[in-house]
Design a protein around this ligand. Structure first.
Ligand code: GLC
Length: 727
């Protein structure tokens, strides 16, 4: 009797507690996987199907009955996009969504500083969190294959190792804010020409050695919770539902447990969308209002067509459950996670973070006769010329465009610095406004006005470049030439002829041709730097900050010095584009050219001080398979002011059974040195730094033989080398 009474009371107790305690999926202390399974089994098929496709322009359904919230996506990689209307791209005209715009990702890559990447991710993650989004549609890591690609400014350059190292801290810090980073565009979206359907043909070595590594690092090192499929095709299948890329490489080989989200309008077939690894469909052909039947979201490929197949018994819910598992995992990692922090928005802290990143990313390309930094006590009047000195750059460019709390223009930044001590005069010198350009020889008038004024100035600051208009660094529109638009080349040549003390500042997200390069004493690549642009640029021009940026991609002299153009592998034909250069992208191509040198090489960037490198040495010259060889170099600041240097390690394979690049970036370290200070930099080299992808064995291999470690201040400025052997 006694025993039964005990059992009965125990049973009662359990029942009471289980009723009193939340269901598992609602209990934030339960393991995520248990919460996923518990929620999944409670959902109806209709609720599951509703969850895997958009319900509005940037959101998908939750499960109101179960208290599972909606998923809210937001652009973009450089800041939190203004709220748009439920079904449309048009802005909702809210008055509380003006954000801080951070520098474009080329500027972040140009810092070569994982610390800056972490600062970036934390700052933008806090902004997304405050705006109650749970998926940030960025960062983008598509490789810079051609300087004509309209979206290069959103990405991290031409080298897979640099992009891999620079994308990881950004992702980790965004996700610490309880926001999923959605790394894009997976994969091979390296041009905007015919991006919706172009089929990319690329060999396996280039795929694995050049185009996939940054995504692999994002997943395996960054722990990305979301990936966005690209618009283009690969192996004849759209990347948003691509068996090989999504099911085999991303999910099976790399172990990705997050959500694959389509690009907006990147889904084309229900069957492939069901089976080939897509988890959420967004932006399909409808604006939800009138481009089809009513409630067009129900007509999405993964909406009623899919539900109909299930209810008619044509397909079971195995794939559906897998999609929903991943989406629930996303929800429990973000909106329903226990320790989700709070965000902050439009703060001075975020603005100053952006300024710091810009200051570390601006690249001093040339500084003959040390015209820079400008010594404010030695100049009386400065002439600023160029439309980019005043043009807002946080607008335009496509989906990464932002509505900002404020944006300091280069001119404003310069005027702030000059204060009353120096007179600053501004003339546009040229205009991008086509209606203006139609007036008779307006361009000539503007140019002549600027050139004659240049003669009177102590120093001329030309601030031009590209401007995110169509065809000038913009999504959906590649450039058609390498040169600067709007007659800037002629103007620059005439300005330097009128006044040799002319500095050229290029604001762009891509390399540009510089026919005037030999006549201009100082040249700065200033990127698109967002809200604090003017303050960051002025602090470098006037020397408060010593520039330390290095180029994340090659500046070719001519467009045909670029492999994609030289071999006719860009932009392809109506259906296909063939990456004929294979692994020889960027400096990997430049190193093979006997008769041409880049205008400015990958990894190049000057300082207001100088750095001296010692010989490169190592702790061994024979390396076995599981060894690490530590390559060491001492770097000394031999100048009069503190500065930062990015020490770069390249590895050269002197004997390989397959063709390999002359050298490949396999390490970098940004160090700060006071005048006279010397630091030792150690690069641990392991087998993966020596390996290449063998497309016969379908695996990475390192072949025994002779190698060299090259230590450089840029890819062309090698300061030390150490030969060693792999046994
Ligand atoms: C755009 C872009 C993608 C963006 C998405 C939402 O077409 O390709 O990067 O996040 O659609 O705006």
């Amino acid at each position: 009797m006694k025993k039964k009474a005990i059992y009965a009371s125990l049973l009662l107790a359990c029942t009471v507690t289980s009723l009193a305690r939340n269901p598992i999926y609602l209990d934030p202390d339960q393991p995520i996987e248990q919460r996923v399974e518990d929620a999944l089994r409670r959902m109806t098929v209709e609720e599951k199907v509703a969850m895997i496709h958009a319900q509005s322009k940037f959101s998908s359904a939750g499960v109101p009955r179960l208290g599972i919230p909606e998923n809210w996506m937001t652009d973009g990689p450089h800041g939190i996009r203004a709220e748009v209307l439920w079904d449309e791209w048009n802005e909702a005209k809210w008055t509380n969504d003006s954000c801080i715009a951070f520098p474009a990702l080329t500027a972040l890559a140009a810092t070569w500083s994982p610390d800056m990447s972490a600062l970036y991710g934390k700052s933008i993650g806090e902004e997304a969190r405050y705006r109650n989004k749970n998926v940030l549609l960025g960062p983008g890591v598509n490789i810079y294959r051609t300087p004509l690609n309209g979206r290069n400014f959103e990405y991290m350059g031409e080298d897979p190792y640099l992009a891999s190292k620079m994308v990881v801290p950004y992702i980790r810090e965004v996700q610490k804010c309880g926001i999923a980073a959605c790394v894009k565009h997976f994969a091979l979206n390296n041009q905007e020409v015919r991006r919706e359907n172009i089929n990319v043909k690329v060999d396996d070595r280039a795929l694995h050695e050049i185009y996939l590594p940054a995504f692999k690092a994002a997943v395996q090192d960054g722990g990305a919770w979301a990936i966005m499929g690209a618009y283009n095709q690969y192996k004849g299948q759209h990347c948003c539902h691509n068996q090989y890329l999504l099911n085999e490489i991303l999910k099976r080989d790399w172990g990705f447990d997050g959500v694959v989200i389509s690009d907006w309008g990147g889904v084309h077939k229900t069957n492939e969308a069901i089976r080939n690894g897509l988890d959420m469909e967004f932006g399909s052909w409808t604006n939800g209002l009138n481009w089809s039947a009513s409630n067009a979201y129900a007509n999405y490929y993964l909406a009623s067509p899919y539900l109909k197949m299930i209810t008619e018994g044509k397909i079971d819910t195995q794939e559906l459950d897998e999609k929903v598992r991943r989406i629930l995992r996303l929800v429990f990692r973000t909106t329903m996670s226990k320790n989700r922090p709070y965000g902050s928005f439009g703060t001075m802290e975020h603005a100053l973070a952006g300024r710091k990143i810009a200051q570390e990313g601006i690249v001093l390309l040339k500084n003959r006769s040390s015209l820079l930094p400008i010594d404010i006590s030695k100049v009386k009047n400065i002439l600023v010329v160029g439309e980019n000195a005043v043009k807002k750059m946080t607008v335009g460019g496509g989906s990464s465009a932002l509505k900002t709390k404020y944006e300091i223009s280069p001119l404003t930044g310069i005027e702030t610095y000059a204060r009353q001590q120096v007179s600053v005069r501004y003339l546009s010198g040229y205009t991008s406004v086509s209606s203006m350009n139609q007036k008779e020889n307006i361009g000539e008038q503007l140019r002549e006005e600027a050139v004659s004024a240049a003669k009177e100035a102590d120093i001329v600051l030309f601030i031009g470049g590209l401007n995110k208009n169509n065809g000038q660094d913009c999504e959906g529109h590649d450039r058609t030439s390498l040169g600067l638009p709007y007659g800037q080349d002629t103007l620059i040549s005439q300005l330097t002829a009128a006044n040799p003390n002319t500095v050229v500042v290029i604001i762009s997200g891509n390399a540009v041709a510089m026919p005037w390069v030999n006549n201009v004493p100082s040249i700065v690549e200033a990127w698109y730097c967002g809200t604090e642009t003017g303050n960051a640029l002025a602090s470098v021009l006037f020397g408060e900050v010593n520039p330390s940026g290095k180029l994340p991609f090659t500046f070719p002299v001519l467009i045909d010095d670029n492999a994609a153009s030289a071999l006719g592998g860009y932009p392809g034909n109506k259906t296909d584009v063939e990456y004929k250069e294979g692994i020889f992208v960027g400096y990997r191509w430049a190193d093979r050219q006997k008769n041409t040198k880049p205008l400015f090489p990958f990894g190049h960037g000057l300082s207001y001080t100088n750095f001296q490198y010692s010989k490169a040495i190592a702790d061994k010259s024979v390396m076995h398979v599981n060894d690490t060889i530590n390559v060491t170099v001492k770097v000394k600041n031999t100048g009069k002011r503190e500065g930062q240097e990015v020490v770069q390690l390249y590895i050269r394979d002197n004997e390989s059974s397959l063709p390999r690049p002359f050298k490949e970036l396999k390490g970098f370290k940004k160090i700060s040195l006071s005048p006279g200070e010397e630091k030792t930099v150690v690069f641990p080299v392991t087998l993966d730094a020596l390996s290449f992808y063998d497309d016969q064995k379908h695996m990475w291999v390192a072949e025994p033989g002779r190698f060299e470690a090259l230590i450089g201040s840029s890819s062309m400025d090698i300061r030390g080398r150490f030969a060693f052997e792999l046994k």
